[in-house]
Design a binder for this molecule. Sequence first.
Ligand SMILES: *Cc1c(COP(=O)(O)O)cnc(C)c1O
Length: 283
Amino acid sequence: MANLAIASALSSKQDLIVEDKLNHASLIDAARLSDADFKRYNHNDLEHLALRLQQAGEYRRRLIMTDGVFSMDGDCADLPGLSQLAEQQDAWLMVDDAHGFGVLGRRGAGLLEQQSMTQQQVPVFMATLGKSAGCYGAFVAGSEELIETLIQSARSYIYTTATPPALAAATIKSLEIIEKESWRREKLAELIAYFRQQMATLDFELMPSNTAIQPIVIGDNHRALALSEALLQQDILVTAIRPPTVPVGTARLRVTLSAEHEMAQIDRLVAALQSLSADCSMG
Ligand SMILES: *Cc1c(COP(=O)(O)O)cnc(C)c1O
């Protein structure tokens, strides 16, 4: 609903929204439900985006929308590159940092902090509160004009009940923890590095991700599902992600690490995967 608020309040019939092909469904649907025209560019492909924007000279306004951390791949958007392009082409840049907020950057402010981006470079910032904050809802941050525009004209914000006070209070507490307890981010970074290092010895394909989302590419839908079920039998919860959520032929196990995990649990996961891959190759 926050993404829909942004797309519909900032664009109308004479405008264009351009999105990364691997954006989260809520960004894709936000563009579809707005009055703007909608185009997509290949994943993290700045040249393709530049082409899309050049072809779109006749539009009054162009809005680029991207995931910060891509939710099914775990890789990140190139914000310096995107913001430079947006500036050259006189377009606006919006980032959905659902998986970066609270987790990336020294203070947990997210991908913008990690990539040293300013509000001028990324004028529209959105993040959710249901992931690292362990709560519910979302927020948009930006200039006073942006926020006032949303308050005055974002229909999915205006015509619905406000966040319940209890959730607001819980969110404030979460924000305190996010800001103060940087050891959680440090521990998570160690777990991520350890997982990748341990997996390097096995015959599985990881994706180029430095974030808590660590997909293992399996390819075949049935094999991905069978591996996920076998892991669950050993009390390890790793979901299988299949098309249409990801492209055909790239079914994967989506390992999601958190600061609550311990090294020993990663050892257990890696050992389980090792014995399952040995089972599979035998028959
Ligand atoms: C999970 C996610 C959302 C949706 O967040 P909810 O809190 O579940 O509504 C939006 N955008 C991205 C990029 C996400 O990963």
